[in-house]
Design a binder for this molecule. Structure first.
Ligand SMILES: NC(=O)c1ccc[n+]([C@@H]2O[C@H](COP(=O)([O-])OP(=O)(O)OC[C@H]3O[C@@H](n4cnc5c(N)ncnc54)[C@H](O)[C@@H]3O)[C@@H](O)[C@H]2O)c1
Length: 364
């Protein structure tokens, strides 16, 4: 097991990564200063797979624990579900000294974290993330949110968890498509900050995808380190955090034009990274063989959903819309080397438009 201490605004958050953490969650959380039983927010699927291990450990340490179940899927990250969580908290007689334990993937983490940020003007919460994506991404950084009909994650807050327990053994029950979607975010961390992490994934791809605990522990710890490092640097230098958006410009546009139905977020980012690597090389920033290496690594994880039927024009419109939504500049994160990202502020729009056209045509 590894322990990381993530710096957050008013202190730090301990993150534990290892196998069998669920079975020891009760004593671990007690040692971290929690003394009353948590209110657990989760969903039925996660409870079915892993509920027994976690709940028996919690009940052993804290006595009876209340559980609030929410629906499974992005369409439940809503105000209606939030109301259901508040109702459950009131029924459990929660008050401002209570705390929430978010037990699930990024959806549970985001909405349970937002409930914690707002219930009684804010109560603490701890995370037990159960997808690779939530272990490496959403459980670090303190962003919590719900979706509204105007768009995803538009109502939210910054509320850091008080502790995170990432048990890599729970990832064994994750469908391989979900595991791959998380692994693309790990690859992103390697691409922007650590060639060593990319080397490791190249060597250990099969072990990671087979759920090998020590390989998973390594990639989760390294990805968290990189994300936490970039987020901490951002407190001093505002631009730095943008490098976490590597692959996200085209990724978001792909999600938009397919109405979030075709790609998992990580898969859209994977396509975005392929495009960004090729563009970096086409612009003479990144040696061609390094771009090819990154593309080959992304492609060997799982088969990505195809780009078939996506028109270059609609993708270009979505990119333009994204640009307007920000500050009117077409800003894009590219690579100088594997492990070294650079934010490029003024990409020639005509060059980019032609590149997108060729990319969609040749990558379908
Ligand atoms: N807050 C942030 O910084 C941040 C960052 C990235 C993504 N997100 C958010 O995260 C969400 C996506 O998260 P996700 O990819 O974890 O999806 P998810 O939470 O929907 O989980 C994916 C599926 O796997 C199931 N599942 C979870 N753990 C399992 C396990 N161990 N075994 C078997 N099945 C399991 C879930 O029930 C679900 O059906 C999005 O809403 C996104 O906006 C937030």
């Amino acid at each position: 097991m590894k322990q990381l201490q993530i710096k957050v605004k008013d202190g730090s958050c301990p993150v534990f990564v290892g196998g069998n953490l669920l079975a020891h969650a009760g004593p671990a959380l007690r040692r971290l200063g929690f003394h009353t039983p948590p209110v657990v927010v989760t969903n039925t699927r996660i409870l079915r797979w892993h509920g027994k291990a976690l709940l028996s450990s919690l009940e052993h340490s804290f006595g009876q624990v209340n559980v609030i179940r929410i629906g499974d899927g992005e369409r439940f990250k809503t105000q209606a579900t939030l109301t259901r969580i508040y109702d459950g908290l009131f029924r459990a007689r929660a008050d401002r000294h209570s705390w929430i334990l978010a037990f699930g993937g990024g959806i549970v983490g985001d909405i349970a974290g937002f409930a914690a940020a707002t219930f009684m003007r804010g109560i603490p919460y701890a995370g037990v993330p159960t997808t690779l994506l939530s272990q490496v991404d959403s459980s670090v950084g303190g962003k919590v949110a719900i979706n509204v009909r105007h768009g995803k994650n538009l109502i939210g807050a910054f509320h850091h968890p008080s502790a995170v327990l990432s048990d890599v053994k729970v990832l064994r029950t994750l469908p391989s498509r979900e595991l791959a979607a998380g692994l693309y975010e790990v690859i992103k961390c390697g691409a922007i900050r650590s060639a060593a992490l990319l080397n490791y994934i190249e060597k250990k791809r099969d072990a990671v995808m087979a759920g090998d605990p020590s390989a998973l522990e390594h990639v989760v710890v390294e990805a968290i380190r990189i994300k936490a490092d970039v987020v901490a640097a951002d407190e001093r230098e505002k631009r730095e955090r943008m490098i976490l958006n590597f692959g996200h410009t085209l990724g978001h546009a792909l999600e938009t034009v397919t109405r979030y139905e075709r790609f998992r977020h990580g898969e859209a980012v994977a396509w975005g990274m392929i495009a960004a690597a090729e563009l970096s090389s086409a612009m003479g920033m990144l040696p061609k063989e390094e771009a090819l290496r990154l593309v080959a690594l992304i492609r060997c994880i799982e088969k990505l959903p195809s780009l078939r039927g996506i028109s270059a024009a609609s993708l270009w419109r979505a990119l333009q819309h994204d640009k307007k939504a920000r500050d009117g500049r077409l800003r894009i994160v590219l690579l100088r080397r594997l492990g070294k990202a650079q934010i490029v502020d003024h990409v020639d729009p005509e060059l980019l438009r032609r590149f997108v056209g060729r990319f969609v045509e040749h990558s379908s």
